[in-house]
Write a protein that binds this ligand. Structure first.
Ligand code: GLC
Length: 541
């Protein structure tokens, strides 16, 4: 059983701290910052891929699964990082990209050279289906000059692996065990609900945003095998699956402990509430009621089904939540702290994406030349082809690009935000002179995160309590209740700048304010929430 008091912090190694001056963050940079993270109080660091890779998709195109990309350091640095982490009470969770590998991986190269043993590592067909790549365009590409096609659900250089082949599974389980033996204590599995493809692949009308290769029943079998062959032998391991377009029902199956698949699951429904007609490359204000109702459906569904959510707003694929959900010009600190408490006090394991703890924002880049991400570059071209003007397409990129969160971590007000002495691989954001660790450590946001992390460890109701939706019809307050052994915790989050007054149920009228982002909160028959205010009221001892 995992320890539910733990909090995970995500580091995008390329952008955290560069100690060599090559413009790319590195493992030694992470070692340098471990005391900072220990002060924040987190328990585990999820690292995005740092393996050898041609970097077409920033490391999610792995060309060697069991080595360190020299840009990030050496295996000795990695081992030191694990050891120093342990001294600070911090463990590591590695990103396992097992749905696909780079076309530069030796498996693909050998397959291309005609080796039929390795050809069976990939998904090759004489006739492609109509599937579309998640990064735009056809999901099938010609396999050399064989007349066949190989499947790539992502970039053309990321070839999908054939999990139906037992040798492939064995090889991938060996990779997981390789890192397990190095002392890591967690894994994040990239797009893991896409690994199980049907034997016969069919054309795919998209049903409710869920294509024909998502959450196939055989996925559960593969995850159980993976569990049994590796981390399942150690019950303290924390594993999380990235689940694309998934369902509550499937996530209960993926995460209920008796199933022996994974500890928890990321789903993304709540981060599509600002998509017009479900399309990412659009601009729309977020739909609060949809957000609230998704949180409630997932919170209650997973609680009732004994599943476990990974809770998050930010990661390396998302623009900053602050820019999406908050009037950052006027209420950055209030909004950042409210968002934090809306997930840290909820049921599940909270994830903090680097920079979130200081309220970092999207970078305000000025031209397409500042963007690096393959998905953004493809999307820009597709939008132009579809008839958008360069200005319209650029505006959408500034709001939606994954590079928004991949900019260098803002350490101080010096050049390049204190990230590198060289030229950063991706430009620093414009706000770094005001928003940086040095300035924010004694500000409002960092100490608030620290307190939320501390409370989860102190109060079992936060870690263990169940989840109940309350104020279900509110059009501006997202609220939930936690229950544990006679204790009750009510968490109210005002998602807007307008004040709002709520009637408080009797049981809470004599409760204690556990935490709020405003001072002097009074509870009584009514409670008034100010702009982006969060309040948690605890009853019982
Ligand atoms: C996941 C990763 C993303 C990557 C994709 C393909 O969604 O989070 O960064 O591009 O998988 O590996």
């Amino acid at each position: 059983m995992i320890d539910k008091t733990k909090v995970v912090y995500q580091i995008y190694p390329k952008s955290y701290k560069d100690t060599t001056g090559n413009g790319v963050g590195d493992l030694r940079g992470i070692i340098e910052k471990l005391p900072y993270l220990a002060e924040l109080g987190i328990d585990m660091i999820w690292l995005n891929p740092f393996y050898p890779s041609p970097q077409r998709d920033n490391g999610y195109d792995v060309s060697d699964y069991t080595a360190v990309n020299p840009d990030f350091g050496t295996m000795a640095d990695f081992e030191e990082m694990i050891a120093v982490g342990k001294e600070h009470g911090i463990d590591f969770m590695l990103d396992m990209v097992l749905n696909h590998c780079s076309t530069e991986h030796e498996w693909f190269q050998k397959a291309l050279a005609g080796d039929s043993f390795y050809q069976d590592f990939f998904i090759l067909r004489d006739e492609p289906t109509d599937w579309v790549s998640k990064f735009g365009g056809n999901a099938w590409a010609p396999f050399g000059d064989t007349g066949k096609y190989y499947l790539h659900l992502f970039d053309v250089t990321q070839a999908d692996l054939n999990w139906r082949n037992p040798t492939v599974r064995e090889e991938l389980f060996k990779v997981v065990n390789f890192w397990k033996e190095k002392g890591v204590k967690g894994f994040r599995f990239d797009v893991i609900n896409l690994i199980g493809k049907d034997e016969v692949l069919e054309d795919c009308p998209i049903n409710d945003g869920k294509p024909a290769y998502t959450d196939r029943p055989i996925n559960h079998d593969y995850l159980h095998m993976l569990n049994q062959a590796s981390f399942g032998q150690d019950p303290s391991f924390m594993t999380v699956g990235e689940m694309s377009a998934t369902t509550v029902e499937n996530c209960i199956l993926y995460t209920a402990p008796e199933r022996e698949e994974l500890s928890m699951a990321f789903n993304f429904h709540h981060l599509k509430v600002d998509y017009e007609n479900g399309q990412k490359w659009t601009i729309k204000d977020f739909d609060f009621e949809e957000l609230r109702s998704l949180f409630h459906t997932w919170g209650e569904g997973m609680s009732e089904g004994n599943g476990w959510n990974a809770l998050f707003y930010n990661n390396h694929d998302q623009p900053r939540a602050l820019n999406r959900f908050v009037d950052v010009k006027n209420f950055r600190e209030e909004g950042a702290t409210m968002l934090a408490s809306s997930i840290h006090l909820s049921r599940g394991t909270p994830y903090i994406y680097m920079g979130e703890e200081i309220g970092m924002l999207d970078p305000d880049f000025e031209s397409m030349a500042d963007y690096v991400d393959v998905e953004s570059l493809n999307a820009y071209q597709i939008m132009l082809d579809e008839g958008k003007t360069p200005e319209e397409a650029f505006k959408i990129i500034t709001v939606k690009s994954r590079d928004n969160s991949r900019i260098p971590m803002q350490w101080d007000a010096s050049e390049n935000a204190g990230f590198t002495t060289g030229t950063p691989w991706l430009k620093a954001g414009k706000s770094y002179q005001q928003i940086n660790v040095e300035a924010e450590k004694n500000g409002k946001i960092f100490p608030f995160y620290k307190e939320l992390i501390r409370l989860r460890k102190e109060l079992p109701i936060i870690a263990e309590g169940d989840y109940k939706a309350v104020y279900k019809d509110s059009n501006q307050v997202y609220a939930f209740e936690r229950n544990w052994q006679g204790q009750k915790l009510l968490v109210l989050n005002n998602f807007y700048a307008d004040e709002v007054t709520l009637d408080l149920p009797e049981v809470y009228q004599s409760g204690n304010v556990l935490i709020s982002n405003y001072d002097d909160v009074k509870v009584g028959e009514k409670i008034t929430l100010k702009a982006y205010q969060t309040v948690a009221v605890l009853v019982g001892d």
